[in-house]
Design a protein around this ligand. Structure first.
Ligand code: ATP
Ligand code: LTN
Length: 348
């Protein structure tokens, strides 16, 4: 690797926070943080932390869209905050906070509802997938979910939104809603860009490579949870489905192997092509056992740091409280501007 010229480093250190592009992303405290969340999103948040002005949000209001108890919510929020910190997010470089601590998110969601069409929301594939054939029984919150997500992002005038592939459609809706608002009320919001990586944006289930790895799956063997012990990880990878034939190649007719090679490439920081060459002519057994070890190696340091944060919950709470104060400092003046543009309030 070529060393960076000193002047560039100095320039970067001297760049004011506000001069940098702003990143916003969110994650639901809905339990069982998995390898897909890590490789598709959080790892990229961590890697890009130095480059941007970052806001990372634990979206508890979004997690209300499916049934959840108060106890589960409380413990999931604290656990997820610890997971984010253990993964390498740091309050020195990022504002880390809980969505419901900043009331402007819910408030802006209502205002944006007025510039969002019913038909747009009905077309969202995540809504269709999660509602299934229970459209009558699901919460109105599940339907309105993408508008709250749009509010999260444009409240901070975020330029970039690093997410997994499944959120692409929600990002397109966000852009449409923000553009419509700007047309109706005058330039108010920055139109955000999705930041979806080529590799890792869609990690698939271990038991079915046509479905994305998901924490809401009924089969725990379908995902690798951050809380899995090394032995559980080894077992899950050993049992992961493979394709017919014996070749270890990432080709369109081999979705299971493509997924395993993608995971291997990300956890070991090696090119897929290099891995294909290394395992050329070798069996699935050796490949899977090496993949399991590489995965354990990648996850173990996070688990160790997680144990430290879990032993100090008040420090984690203090980080979230500071994050909320920093977020409010941006959200409050923005909301005032939005309300004024829309002619809302007494004007007092
Ligand atoms: P799940 O579907 O697993 O229940 P989710 O997608 O509904 O989770 P979050 O936990 O909020 O919701 O997702 C956090 C981030 O992880 C998002 O950026 C999302 O795109 C990303 N993500 C979720 N699943 C995957 C996956 N299988 N591969 C890559 N990225 C993913
Ligand atoms: N819908 C997202 C979570 C989310 C989000 C956001 C992501 C809520 N608000 C704002 C990026 C920006 C999901 O991953 N399920």
């Amino acid at each position: 690797m070529v060393a960076e010229p000193i002047s560039t480093t100095k320039e970067r250190q001297g760049t004011a926070r506000s001069a940098r592009q702003r990143v916003f992303s969110g994650i639901q405290p809905s339990g069982n943080f998995h390898l897909g969340n890590y490789l598709g999103a959080i790892r990229n948040w961590v890697r890009q932390q130095d480059e941007y002005d970052n806001f990372f949000c634990i979206v508890d209001l979004h997690a209300l869209s499916l049934p959840i108890t108060a106890e589960a919510m409380r413990s999931n929020i604290l656990n997820l905050a610890s997971v984010l910190l253990a993964s390498g997010l740091t309050p020195e470089k990022s504002v880390i906070f809980v969505q419901s601590d900043v009331h402007e998110h819910a408030e802006l969601c209502w205002l944006l509802n007025s510039v969002t069409q019913f038909g747009e929301l009905r077309r969202m594939t995540q809504f269709k997938d999660k509602a299934g054939n229970n459209v009558e029984g699901i919460s109105a919150a599940l339907f309105d979910y993408p508008v709250l997500m749009a509010a999260d992002i444009i409240l901070y005038d975020a330029n970039l939104v690093p997410v997994g592939e499944d959120q692409k459609q929600h990002l397109e809706l966000t852009r449409d809603v923000a553009t419509r608002f700007n047309q109706r009320y005058g330039e108010t919001f920055v139109i955000p860009e999705p930041d979806i990586k080529e590799t890792g944006a869609r990690i698939m289930s271990l038991d079915d490579p046509t479905k994305k790895m998901s924490k809401s799956s009924a089969n725990p063997a379908s995902y690798i949870a951050l809380s899995d012990t090394p032995d559980v990880i080894r077992k899950k990878i050993k049992r992961a489905v493979t394709d017919s034939g014996t070749e270890i190649r990432a080709t369109p007719d081999k979705p299971a192997l493509t997924n395993l090679l993608t995971i291997f490439s990300l956890v070991a920081d090696e090119q897929i092509q290099v891995l294909e060459e290394r395992y050329d002519g070798k069996g699935y057994g050796q490949f899977k056992s090496d993949l399991a070890e590489a995965t354990v190696q990648a996850i173990q340091p996070i688990q160790e740091r997680l144990a430290e944060f879990e032993a100090h919950p008040n420090e984690v709470r203090a980080i979230l409280a500071r994050g909320a104060a920093q977020a409010r400092a941006v959200a409050a003046p923005k909301m005032a501007k939005v309300k004024s543009r829309m002619g809302l309030g007494s004007g007092a």
